[in-house]
Design a protein. Structure first.
Length: 156
């Protein structure tokens, strides 16, 4: 499988976009990640949609995904996609959404392994008490993303 890569400068730093021939495999801040080839149509489309997101004019993404994970992880990542722009939910909300209310810790672990930051909005998941919890890009980035979306909910 050939892995294609493109990067985009964002207000949060450089964002790495990686895709196969069929969909996005990774979007995140790990600039050490290396791919086999430069851009393809999917990375270009993702770059364009992410630019629109950071301009405050896009609240939903329409991109093919090619994620690798367990069935449970993929189920959680799919559930994350249902969280509305500018909204926050808890890990227990996601556990209930997938009809597994006792799997709160497993939901947290799957959320933490989400390979498609921002597009699969794991940053919208917070602690049940309203506190910010872990984010692969760092809590400052999570805080920024949540505030950014709150500020643009009327625009998008």
């Amino acid at each position: 499988m050939t892995l294609y890569q493109e990067c985009i400068d964002t207000p949060l730093g450089e964002l790495v976009i990686q895709a196969s021939d069929t969909g996005l495999c990774y979007v995140g801040f790990d600039i050490e990640r290396k791919a086999d080839a430069s851009a393809n149509a999917i990375t270009a489309q993702a770059k364009s949609q992410l630019a629109e997101y950071f301009q405050g004019v896009r609240s939903q993404f329409d991109l093919p995904l090619d994620t690798k994970g367990t069935e449970f992880q993929r189920q959680i990542w799919q559930a994350l996609g249902s969280i509305a722009y500018g909204e926050n939910v808890s890990y227990s909300d996601i556990a209930r959404l997938v009809d597994n209310p006792k799997a709160v810790r497993a939901v947290g672990a799957a959320n933490g392994r989400n390979p498609i930051s921002i597009i699969v909005p794991c940053h919208r998941v917070i602690g049940a008490n309203g506190t910010l919890t872990g984010y692969a890009g760092g809590l400052e980035r999570k805080r920024w993303l949540l505030a950014f979306e709150q500020g643009h909910t009327r625009v998008c």
